[in-house]
Design a protein around this ligand. Sequence first.
Ligand SMILES: *Cc1c(COP(=O)(O)O)cnc(C)c1O
Length: 363
Amino acid sequence: MIKIASPALDDDEIRAVAEVLKSGMLAQGAKVEEFERAFASYTGTRYAMAVNSGTAALHVALLASGIGEGDEVITTPFSFISTANSILFCRAKPVFADIDQATFNIDPRLVREKITPRTKAILPVHLYGQPCNMEKIAGICREHNLALIEDACQAHGAEYGGRKAGSFGAGCFSFYPTKNMTTGEGGMITTNDEAIAGRARMLRSHGQSERYLHEMLGYNYRMTDIAAAMGICQLARLGEATQKRIENAAFLSGEIGSIKGLVPPFVAPDVKHVFHQFTIRVTEDYGMTRDELQQKLREKGVGSGIHYPLPIHKQPLYRELGYADRLPVAEGAAREVLSLPVHPGLKEEDLRTIVRALQVDQR
Ligand SMILES: *Cc1c(COP(=O)(O)O)cnc(C)c1O
């Protein structure tokens, strides 16, 4: 089976983790600091704060940006549930703006329509590794004095206008095993804002400003040195791994472009798309439904994924909360998208197998 994701760990990680274990310094120590410095430098931000998941990064970034009870945060309905749930964690209200048909990212024009006097922040998601239109989104934030929190959990190393994702506002990254780089579980917050950085550092460790002095309600979201040691190795190889993803995507797009009814990913001008996912649309013209195609691929040994089958506003939790939005572009995408393997571990033979599996038995 050609897997949809496969973490690339080698002897470097094994050695680095073993060293930490032998040192006896396991949690939030020198390795975490080293990883933070390297990640800030990579992203081009002044500060980076490690936490133990991408979800924790989002929660902390929102709180550190001053989001609280009754505030509205505009975000996308087409993402992993974590994006909107992190807003709920702050007792704030997620407000969904529909997505752009071509990129699957939040549509800046529709964001504007959702602004009310209660709006405090915008939380765009750089979905599948393609940055949102940050010129427009950052412009709206400046104009309306809103906080900007970027969900860059799928966008390590992605760029908009030559600037890295996560450097426009408070950036939130995940290092879950399926992401472009991993620490097992883990996350990072990036920012140029000293006040946000200071609050984030306290929030991840019980609101502590110095040992056993607690300024605010915080959490235990600390990263281990074991995870950080892996992260340092993974970050060092991220450039190479990303290049491989981009090459794999170019090959697949070239081949899929000539298959009737399949729409390869659209890459916007001015962006570096890092292909966390390679997500196509399966349209009516293909001759079988998206779900039938997924089954066929499985039979031919090709793994695939649906990101995401149900938009967030349609999830049982959100219906229960009273959400009844109609967001037709996100709802349509949920019926048509299919993610194919694109990870750097794929061999040329695997890429050909994927294309063949898409071509054969078309009705
Ligand atoms: C993975 C992911 C998250 C959550 O990250 P975890 O590390 O799993 O908590 C949030 N948002 C998006 C878009 C993600 O892909």
